[in-house]
Design a protein around this ligand. Structure first.
Ligand code: HEC
Length: 247
């Protein structure tokens, strides 16, 4: 069977051991003493969630490979989690396997220094695990989309994108009264989003925004239900949507 680039990397690291030698001492579970898994999880969700599935981090991006799947085979073949950690760190520092103009291009050094070490340690410690993180790790990142319903005021409704870069708005529910309505969706994260509204004869799509931009749609709301969602590829499927009720 053809070897994937990932398998080749894993074999290279396991055989060379060069990277392991340069890393801090490891505990029995392969987590280096100087790595902070909580910080690693938080940074992973911020910098990586838009493109990667990782069950334990509850991220659902589909632009890049599913990281649970990516490491399942090598873990089952007996490669240790410390090897996985080396591969993740390498990938963070030197990803550029796709051309820069590809929409799936993973930029190098999305996280750097200690943060890169923490992210690699977290990903390696949870890759391919079912279930949920527990304890402080379990509550390290607020659940996305679970915020209080948004309620329109004076014909304006605010539905922010998740500020941590998760593929979600802060709420999956919104309400308004009939009449002219402007929906503002501020996006503080570094992941591009927009907001679109569909239903009751309305089909409007706001601008793509990032880093503090605000995507806006305006229409005359009639009694009934509408769906709002992000049109960026894969975002709606990952849960970046909600229902607006007008009555
Ligand atoms: C813009 C989308 C995007 C972001 C953001 C992103 N990645 Fe990736 N990632 C990709 C793509 C696409 C690939 C596969 C092609 C490549 O290597 O460039 C990939 C590959 C990987 C791989 C190798 C898996 C394999 O099967 O080869 C790892 C590990 C990885 N990324 C980790 C991360 C981590 C950790 C972060 C956050 C610091 C991150 N990625 C952020 C798109 C992204």
């Amino acid at each position: 069977m053809a070897r994937t680039p990932l398998t080749i990397r894993i074999l290279g690291l396991a055989a060379g051991g060069a990277l392991a030698a340069g890393l801090a001492a490891c505990g029995s579970d392969g987590v280096p003493d100087d790595a902070d898994l909580i910080a690693g999880k938080q940074a992973f969700v911020k910098a990586c969630s838009a493109c990667h599935v990782l069950n334990r981090a509850e991220t659902k991006g589909t632009v890049g490979p599913d990281l649970d799947e990516a490491f399942r085979r090598s873990l089952s073949e007996g490669f240790g989690r410390d090897t996985v950690r080396g591969v993740v760190l390498q990938q963070i520092l030197h990803p550029a396997r796709l051309p820069k103009d590809s929409p799936a291009y993973m930029p190098p050094k999305l996280v750097e220094g200690q943060e890169a070490v923490d992210v690699a340690a977290y990903v390696a410690s949870v890759a391919s695990l079912g279930g949920k993180d527990t304890g402080r790790l379990g509550s390290a990142v607020a659940a996305s989309g679970a915020g209080k319903p948004a309620v329109a005021k004076d014909g304006k409704l605010a539905i922010p994108a998740d500020p941590n870069g998760q593929l979600a708005y802060t709420t999956e529910k919104a309400s308004a009264t009939p009449g002219p309505l402007e929906i503002d969706s501020p996006n503080e994260s570094a992941v591009v989003h927009d907001i679109a509204v569909e239903g009751n004869g309305v089909d409007e799509d706001g601008e793509d925004v990032v880093n503090g931009g605000v995507s806006k749609v305006s229409f005359v709301a009639k009694a009934g239900t509408y769906e709002y969602y992000c049109t960026l590829p894969g975002h709606r499927a990952a849960g970046m949507e909600g229902v607006l009720t007008v009555k």
